[in-house]
Design a binder for this molecule. Structure first.
Ligand code: HH2
Length: 279
């Protein structure tokens, strides 16, 4: 039997932050971050997503210079020994610019190129066009500090879809090539558990838009809303795998995961069943 969709690529998460929701502080030390990056490469990550600022609800903003100081040495160190794809998880054009100069090829922007840069800088869509890198445009309602304060939609799927298409259009109008654009419905970014489930159920509709879709469900809080025992982020592996396998079946291009080894194994088994690789 032919596979209807190829297995998604796995984007492994390396948060060089003191306060990320599930691994904050673990990899703030440069040596620990590089060890973690190497571990995720060995476990089969296709892309490493490097972040120097937490986007969890209520997280403290980080100045651009501090964010650059956290991520650039790590990207350079990874690049020195590996050609793994690297994405930079930032809302700031200046950080994206420094990260791409250091070897990142994807700008993963949870603000979808919306956040205003400092006055001396070009707007985010123009910077993305100038950098010529791939760009992940993610949906977030509002901004990290307040996004979980009673999020409301009339039709969450239609509104997220319209937002993503509008941001893709803005990026292209600024000169970003269509082939470089990914879209991400932004699980957990200004959404109730019901909103997240509606978006997950609608993944085939997002895939049908014709852009690569990134799905980030790893260890997120909607899992705890379904499983009362999943109150700790580290206790949400089963739910993360279920959501990412659902994404695989829907045809997403990549899944963003903390638990790379388990995710690769799950996708390998799923792909073998779909594709009959041993037959
Ligand atoms: N989720 C997080 C961060 N960045 N980027 C994309 N494109 N999609 C996501 O779903 C996404 C993302 C949140 O997870 P994490 O990095 O573990 O936490 P924090 O933002 O607290 O560092």
């Amino acid at each position: 039997m032919a596979t209807s969709h190829p297995p998604p690529r796995v984007m492994g998460i390396v948060n060089v932050t003191p306060d990320s929701f599930s691994d904050g502080g673990r990899f703030l030390d440069p040596g620990a971050a590089l060890d973690q990056a190497r571990r995720l490469i060995d476990e089969g990550a296709d892309i490493l997503d490097i972040g120097g600022e937490s986007t969890r609800p209520g997280a403290a903003p980080v100045p651009a210079a501090e964010e650059v100081a956290r991520v650039v040495p790590l990207i350079e160190a990874i690049r020195a020994t590996s050609d793994v794809a690297i994405s930079i998880d930032t809302m700031k054009p200046a950080v994206a610019r420094a990260a791409v100069a250091a070897g990142a090829t994807i700008w993963n922007d949870v603000a979808a190129l919306r956040f205003a840069p400092g006055t001396s800088e070009m707007a985010a869509p123009e910077v993305a066009a100038e950098l010529g890198c791939e760009v992940v445009l993610m949906h977030m309602l509002g901004e990290p500090g307040t996004m979980q304060d009673d999020p409301r939609y009339d039709d969450v799927v239609a509104e997220v879809e319209a937002f993503l298409l509008a941001r893709a259009f803005t990026a292209m109008a600024a000169g970003v090539e269509r082939e470089k654009i990914w879209l991400d419905p932004g699980v957990g970014f200004g959404k109730t558990p019901a909103h997240n489930l509606a978006l997950l159920a609608a993944l085939p509709r997002f895939v049908a838009l014709g852009y690569p879709i990134l799905l980030g469900a790893s260890r997120k809080r909607f899992i705890a809303a379904l499983d009362p025992l999943g109150t700790e982020a580290g206790d949400r592996l089963g739910g993360s795998l279920a959501a990412h396998l659902h994404g695989a079946a829907a045809g997403v291009a990549a899944v963003r995961a903390h638990d790379v080894r388990e995710t690769v194994q799950a996708l390998t088994v799923w792909g073998a069943i779909e594709g009959g690789v041993l037959g």
